[in-house]
Write a protein that binds this ligand. Structure first.
Ligand code: SF4
Length: 365
């Protein structure tokens, strides 16, 4: 099947997606008990069933009706880009032809997936390939959890083997609040993935009022905040939309998050040579974070054509880390995986926009 065939197929498939529903709201046959919804949920999220024919303990007529009226796989096309480091980048073509991405990262003791919450991103961080794409649209709840299922389908393991999820791919999850929180609730539902909320990381560019709202959800997630600079001028250079949210207000919302029972916060800090890697900025960052239970992830910049930034060298990275550690701030240097298979988040889509047939594609059949 060619890409054009796959898209034509998608254009004809107007069925709603089961993954967009909460597990408790899945359809049941007329007059039957709600336990049928639990059965269906377990087939979808624990058995990894991609079509209803595998659901052998559901009535045959009901399976046929489900297949007629609903779709399970929300994607028209799934492309897989393995990396030499063992990670696998996924490029998904959605029903409307737009694209989004996920990364599967296998470790010796766990399987982790980084998922997207949007097509593109409105935050427009200057160093980010996704930001360069601009905002496409929000993903639905089903398109977010569908990324986890797609990885399990294609890597050949049960979805329940996934231990960690990071919402750190394309998009600002807190601007797609209902779908992102709905997807997280599917992840932690005992009749669905049954994951621990403590193993889910939600990344945000730092939206104080959404962080305050999230604190009221009672979800013990890990919150990752992309700060990238300790002062307003530098931060606005890196994140043009940052002017709407003062750093002091972001930090105040993190204090409120932790006061409300929220867990440790991870501060994401991408080091850009000559922009935010001065040791004085390291000292300012440590002062800013005083009183918070935080871990700072120093992220070496993954250069891409047209970004206009270059990566901080290893000696300066180490010196920056030492300043933080001496000030009592825990930190580590995090290298992104999958650099040889599309590089930074958003690069697959940038490349894919020009070369839609790149890589070994697996379209809907
Ligand atoms: S770094 Fe994150 S928030 Fe910023 S543009 Fe990229 S995807 Fe959006």
């Amino acid at each position: 099947m060619t890409a054009a065939d796959a898209l034509a197929w998608g254009a004809m498939d107007a069925r709603p997606c089961l993954l967009d529903l909460s597990p408790a709201d899945l359809p049941v046959p007329d007059g039957q008990d709600r336990y049928r919804a639990r059965q269906l949920s377990r087939w979808l999220y624990q058995g990894g069933a991609r079509d209803t024919s595998a659901m052998t303990d559901l009535p045959a007529a009901w399976r046929e009706r489900l297949a007629t009226e609903w779709r399970i796989d929300p994607f028209e096309r799934i492309e897989r880009f393995p990396s030499a480091d063992g990670s696998v980048r996924y490029l998904f073509t959605l029903a409307d032809g737009k694209r989004t991405e996920a990364v599967y990262m296998p470790y010796s003791d766990r399987k982790t997936v980084c998922v997207s919450s949007m097509v593109g991103c409105p935050a427009g961080c200057a160093f980010c390939a996704t930001g360069a794409l601009g905002f496409g649209r929000n993903l639905s709840r089903g398109e977010i959890v569908g990324q986890l299922l797609a990885v399990a389908w294609h890597e050949g393991f049960a979805p329940t083997e996934l231990r960690n999820v990071v919402l750190m791919g394309m998009g600002e999850a807190l601007l797609n609040y209902d779908a992102a929180i709905g997807a997280i609730r599917t992840m932690i539902d005992p009749d669905a993935f049954g994951m621990s909320a403590r193993r889910i990381t939600l990344s945000t560019v730092g939206l104080p009022n959404r962080i305050r709202r999230l604190a009221g959800e009672g979800l013990p997630l890990v919150l990752a905040v992309s700060l990238h600079a300790p002062d307003e001028a530098t931060r606005r250079r890196i994140i043009p939309t940052a002017h709407a949210h003062a750093i002091d207000d972001i930090v105040a919302s993190l204090h409120e998050w932790q006061a409300a029972g929220g867990r440790r916060v991870t501060i994401e800090y991408t080091l850009l040579a000559g922009v935010n890697d001065d040791l004085g900025q390291a000292r300012a960052l440590a002062a800013l974070l005083e009183g918070l239970v935080v871990h700072v992830n120093l992220i070496p910049f993954n250069p891409w054509d047209g970004s206009g930034f270059s990566a901080t060298g290893t000696p300066r990275t180490d010196a920056f880390a030492r300043v933080l550690e001496r000030a009592g701030v825990r930190c580590s240097v995090r290298f992104s995986r999958g650099r040889d298979a599309g590089g930074a988040c958003g690069q697959l889509s940038l490349q894919g926009a020009e070369r839609p047939d790149r890589g070994a594609a697996e379209a809907r059949a």
